[in-house]
Design a protein around this ligand. Structure first.
Ligand code: SF4
Length: 333
């Protein structure tokens, strides 16, 4: 049995993460959603800013959408932020402003999948349930030398193995966290640090020298390439922002125009770049276009930086245009 070795290692080596130590369901929930597709160290500044501004369920449920997007800026996948608010509203209406205490109930809420539900229920409420994410799947694939490709069926089989490994209730919070930590720090995707691994003696893949071959993942689909051309309209020191459709990539967020809508005074081509989403790549071309009149959707860079979330897909253009505006201003002075 590897659990004791893992728990002893965890007590000595766990990173001090305040949201997990506090056993506060709201903090655990926010941090787990933020940590999806983002390393914990990278998401910590966002987490602290978010909790300071929206310290509880009520504040989140009442938060203005622009403010929420601004707090989420830099983390990507903005639908996660929208789901957080939807979930907060449901909790205010149906659960007295709290997150329910069981995995079964949590999983019914917007944006909460089995992993997050398991993490909240086990870490905050000590419910004896698993939370299986990519890290845990990797650890178990190696521990049991699972040669099968990871798909829905094998994931279910691994979940059963994890469920069977759960210790008694009083250790559940630390056990689940220890698996997460092992996957994040030691049993990493490439070149796992087996020499430092507390469960090396139990690991079948290590014994058979197959740790680098596992898990066998499905080949990712090739990303679709889309050619894009954006027009960044500038009036004096203000930039035109366009709210995007409520469907598709970057839905409902602010970005630059894809149509020619103003008569140009002066056009400066912007440096091209590629922005990579999970399943699409945008080949970005753009122009900075000075215009002679403006409408209500022009905002100063100060206003944008204080109140509007510019998705990272548009940041390289935004930075270039900001520099152009500053140079124009200097030339005029
Ligand atoms: Fe992962 Fe290596 Fe530990 Fe096995 S021995 S669980 S492969 S780090």
């Amino acid at each position: 049995m590897f659990q004791d070795d893992l728990l002893i290692w965890y007590e000595k080596n766990a990173r001090k993460l305040e949201f997990r130590e506090k056993k506060d369901a709201y903090s655990i929930w926010i941090s787990e959603i933020m940590a999806q597709q983002t390393r914990i160290e990278a998401m910590l500044p966002y987490y602290h800013r978010f909790i300071k501004e929206l310290p509880d369920m009520k504040a989140l449920s009442e938060c203005d959408d622009e403010k929420l997007n601004k707090l989420w800026q830099g983390l990507g996948y903005y639908s996660r932020a929208r789901n957080l608010k939807k979930c907060a509203i449901t909790c205010m209406e149906q659960y007295d402003g709290k997150l329910p205490q069981t995995k079964e109930e949590l999983i019914k809420l917007p944006g909460i999948g089995p992993y997050t539900a398991g993490a909240i229920a086990s870490i905050a409420y000590d419910e004896k349930v698993s939370c299986v994410d990519g890290n845990v799947i990797r650890v178990f694939s190696r521990l049991y030398d699972i040669e099968l490709q990871i798909n829905t069926k094998t994931k279910k089989q691994i979940e059963k193995l994890v469920d069977a490994s759960l210790p008694e209730k009083k250790f559940i919070s630390h056990y689940n966290q220890s698996l997460m930590e092992l996957g994040a720090l030691i049993c990493i995707p490439q070149n796992p640090k087996c020499d430092l691994c507390p469960i090396q003696n139990h690991c079948l893949a290590f014994k058979r020298k197959r740790q680098n071959e596992l898990p066998i993942l499905k080949k990712k689909k090739e990303r679709r390439i889309e050619e894009k051309h954006f027009f960044v309209y500038v009036y004096k020191d203000s930039i035109h922002l366009e709210k995007r459709d409520n469907k598709g990539l970057l839905a409902g967020l602010y970005g630059f125009d894809e149509k020619e809508i103003f008569v140009p005074l002066k056009i400066t081509p912007l440096k091209e770049y590629t922005h990579v989403f999970s399943h699409v790549e945008w080949k970005m071309k753009g122009d900075c276009i000075f215009v002679s009149k403006k409408d209500i959707h022009f905002y100063t860079t100060k206003e944008i930086e204080e109140s509007y979330a510019i998705p990272s897909a548009f940041q390289p253009f935004y930075k270039q245009v900001k520099e152009i505006i500053e140079n124009e201003r200097k030339n005029c002075d």
